[in-house]
Design a protein around this ligand. Sequence first.
Ligand code: PEP
Ligand code: MN
Length: 273
Amino acid sequence: MESLHLVSREHQPQDTVVEVGNVQIGGGSPVFIAGPCSVEDREQIMKIAQAVKGSAQILRGGAYKPRTSPYSFQGLGEEGLRYLQEAGRAAGMPVVTEVMSEAEVELVAEYVDMLQIGARNMQNYALLRKVGAQRKPVLLKRGVAATIEELLLAAEYILAAGNSQVVLCERGIRTFSHTYARNTLDISAVPILKHLTHLPVVVDPSHGSGDWNLIEPLSMAALAAGAHGLMIEVHSDPELALSDGPQSLKPEKYRALVRKLDRLATFMEEELK
Ligand code: PEP
Ligand code: MN
């Protein structure tokens, strides 16, 4: 595609490595991002951070939540940012959270190590320019009905505004077949994106499926397809979660999954190279 310039492999043949705090995405081994959908209170995020440290390298948690219904829990806002930052520091992990509007970019960037642009905002060009004009790395999620070209052009906005630290995230696309899964996780996007761009590609099987039972097989598939990392929702008490409980793994399950994924990554590196 002609209008793909800065993000393209032609422009930069070697892989970009994105630095999030002391963690590198796109370098060697896959990076695991974990945490609750929403930061609900201080104790909740502190507890989950302690439970995933050692398995995950980056802690996630939403403070500003893009909920489909205006009556659903909307997140704790700045209070949530403070708890997330504190939990990340206590666990020794960098943190990522979503920023939903241009007006909040500076505030959110003060508290976190990486800014997430959610699926619903992938084509919010003013927001893309704004995160492109600041220095924190960006996790850019694919829109629910966005083509691969549209995702790459959204990333192009960020790079063109001056920020080359962008990680792309496949998180499932809108599907006609949502009886058993919330979205269709587009595994093929991983090798396609890796062919077209030098930017790292991670996969979010949680929003990609909507069902904790599907996280393990989809995570294995994503790594086998070449993903540089996985973002997975983890909650100590999914039944009581204020958002996305049905797709959240309990910490023990998450840790067991990462042990398997590490073995898969080692096998791929040592036996399949
Ligand atoms: C999230 O990761 O918290 C989220 C809301 O995801 P998405 O934008 O992919 O729906
Ligand atoms: Mn969620």
